[in-house]
Design a protein around this ligand. Structure first.
Ligand SMILES: [Zn+2]
Length: 253
């Protein structure tokens, strides 16, 4: 059912949260926009103006790697300044209360971890843009290291251990979904009794399959998103309102 107004939606959501023992949130760009991080996929968003660089191009071309890193550094001010929103903080409150065993996210901004969720309990389906990894041996590099090398040589650097390219730790177009994260997300979806899809238009597959998996496994499904989604008809509760306003009442001390 679609909440007729924000207040009744919040009340119904509060009842469902109180009744649930294992809540699994699934978050998309909408939970972070309040922090100033744009929705790359939205009309007018970064990806409609700048074609994303597919993984095979990144691997094959130094020019593509240089361009990818120039774009990433251009976003650094935005990512570095972003802090957890009311939505992140509400989920962190429920996590501290022992209600949330883990969070599945499509976001790459590290804001769930910044809100106090243990990194091991944040399942990042699309990786994390706040650090980098070698695509050969997976060694971790910090962005400051990459920036210093780039500024010095004018080129995106390779790994000091194996000489393969170093890439932001995100999942690019054309790159395989992370197996371990997909498996853990499926397990959480099957084991929860309340699944909260928050700020995702639920159109990017295979990630968009998790709400339906949870529903088929017996969980109640809540969708909170400004815009209608293709899965609204399957949900037990749909709230088409601002995420900060909807989850704000659930932010605790
Ligand atoms: Zn390496």
């Amino acid at each position: 059912m679609i909440a007729t107004d924000l207040q009744s939606g919040i009340e119904r959501l509060g009842d469902m949260i109180a009744e649930a023992s294992a809540i699994v949130p699934f978050t998309g760009a909408g939970i972070s926009t309040e922090s100033g991080i744009p929705d790359f996929r939205s009309p007018g968003g970064l990806w409609t103006r700048n074609r994303p660089i597919p993984f095979d191009e990144f691997v094959a071309s130094q020019d593509a790697r240089d361009e990818a890193w120039r774009r990433r550094f251009a976003m650094e001010e935005t990512f570095a300044a972003a802090t957890p929103t009311r939505g992140h903080r509400a989920l962190a409150t429920l996590y501290r209360a022992g209600k949330i065993p883990g969070i599945i996210t499509q976001n790459i901004d590290n804001l769930h971890q910044a809100s106090g969720i243990k990194p091991a309990d944040v399942i990042e389906l699309h990786g994390n843009t706040t650090y980098a990894r070698c695509i050969g041996c997976a060694m971790r590099y910090e962005l400051a290291w990459v920036k210093a090398r780039f500024d010095e040589s004018g080129e995106a650097p390779n790994c000091t251990a194996c000489d393969e390219p170093v890439k932001a730790a995100t999942i690019s177009f054309g790159q395989a979904m992370p197996e371990d994260e997909m498996r853990r997300a499926a397990e959480l979806s099957q084991q929860c009794d309340l699944f909260l899809a928050i700020g995702s238009s639920l159109v990017v597959w295979p990630a968009a399959g998790f709400p339906l998996l949870a529903k088929r496994s017996g969980a109640k499904l809540v969708i909170i998103n400004n815009e209608p989604t293709e899965q609204d008809e399957h949900a037990d509760l749909v709230i088409h309102h601002d995420i900060g306003e909807t989850l704000g009442p659930f932010v605790g001390n």
